[in-house]
Design a protein around this ligand. Structure first.
Ligand SMILES: *Cc1c(COP(=O)(O)O)cnc(C)c1O
Length: 379
């Protein structure tokens, strides 16, 4: 049986993106046209995440960007505010530590979007930080945090912001400039729907300045964002760029621009709303109390259904690969990814039809069908 996966990344890749990756490439070191293409692609990604800042595209999966931001900003002894209400948020503390910084972790309720009142009170007491890290959509729980409140608040206290927007960018408005983000991180394999392999990072002037005024040099070659700053002007990259990956991302970005950024995000809103309404009406619970991201929905299964068995049966009997979660949510919830190419009516109908069938076979009784509820809410 053919298997279809609805993960919160990596997502389905459209044919034209796969074909673009097989085209003959320019020489990424020597050909001025490659630099032009790279620069324009950065600008177009900037349009999607709402920034005029320089957008660097790096060869490596999403995690590379998170570590590169911390490597480039952190000097030994720097205090860094780690805001967290999820597993990716918490993980930033490790990157800060690796580069000699002192992470100060501020924990928020993991079932809700970050409480900005609480952050305000905290910053009033202590704001001696070079930068703060946070995650826009923390994928294991699907919680979406309010960048428009948090990042301008950090800025008022003179704190730079590093935002992991890997799971949100494209599908949710990030508005990096309006929300005053200093470093905004994304990756190819989530809502952009290109294969795994590229990170992008928008970097503000203030963030570049902070890197330039370091007393201790950046303790990495590969993760040094500053070395990309003048790469277009100097026609020199610190290492050869993966030209085929970049051609693929170029096509994937064009797919979004051709659809229209607003329309693309509107499609995510409609699908996500219908998914949440269908789940609720069916009698299952959403994991979160608020702060739902339009890119992923995290669902609590009834106690009578073992999550692990449920997921295995979906795969074996229906060819549907859904994801459980990780860490403290392992075996507790299932995640339906509706990002990019997966955020479509036909895709979700397939998901819900398979879920209906296996839920029934596992003895859970409901008078409703997820598939029909979803269709009703899409109408
Ligand atoms: C996917 C993702 C990343 C990249 O890491 P993976 O190894 O692909 O999981 C980083 N941050 C978030 C929030 C993500 O969802």
């Amino acid at each position: 049986m053919e298997t279809k996966a609805y993960f919160p990344g990596p997502t389905k890749v459209r044919d034209n993106v796969r074909q673009a990756r097989s085209l003959e490439t320019m020489n990424p070191d020597m050909d001025p046209e490659f630099y032009e293409m790279y620069s324009l692609l950065g600008k177009d990604i900037g349009k999607i995440i709402g920034t005029d800042n320089q957008v660097l595209i790096l060869s490596g999966e999403g995690i590379l960007g998170l570590e590169a931001a911390c490597a480039s900003l952190t000097e030994p002894g720097d205090r860094v505010l780690v805001l967290e209400n999820g597993i990716f948020g918490e993980g930033f503390a490790d990157f800060v530590t690796i580069y000699g910084g002192i992470p100060v972790v501020l924990k928020f309720d993991r079932l809700r979007a970050m409480d900005t009142q609480l952050l305000q009170e905290y910053l009033e007491r202590d704001h001696d930080f070079k930068y703060a890290t946070l995650v826009h959509c923390d994928t294991p729980s699907g919680v979406l945090n309010p960048l428009s409140d948090i990042c301008p608040m950090l800025k008022r206290y003179g704190i730079l912001s590093v935002v992991d927007a890997v799971a949100s960018s494209g599908g949710e408005p990030v508005d990096a400039d309006r929300n005053m983000l200093d470093i905004c991180l994304g990756a190819s394999q989530k809502a952009f729907s290109a294969p795994v392999g590229l990170t992008f990072a928008s970097v503000s002037e203030a963030a570049f300045k902070s890197m330039e005024s370091r007393k201790v040099p950046i303790a990495s070659y590969y993760m040094n964002l500053l070395s990309f700053k003048d790469s277009i002007a100097n026609q020199w990259f610190p290492y050869s760029m993966p030209a085929s990956d970049i051609l693929g991302l170029r096509r994937a970005v064009d797919n979004i621009l051709d659809e229209g950024i607003y329309e693309f995000q509107e499609r995510h809103r409609r699908i996500a709303n219908a998914v949440r309404n269908a789940i609720r009406e069916y009698g299952l619970s959403l994991h979160l109390e608020n702060g739902y991201s339009n890119t992923v929905t995290v669902v609590e299964m009834p106690h009578s259904i073992d999550v692990d068995v449920f997921l295995k049966r979906l795969k074996k009997e229906k060819g549907l690969l859904l994801s459980g979660s990780i860490g403290y949510l392992k075996n507790k919830v299932i995640r339906i990814g509706h990002m990019g190419e997966n955020a479509n009516m036909t895709e979700l109908l397939f998901v819900f039809e398979a879920m209906d069938s296996i839920i029934e076979r596992m003895g859970y009784k409901s008078t409703e069908k997820l598939k029909e509820l979803f269709m009703k809410h899409m109408a």
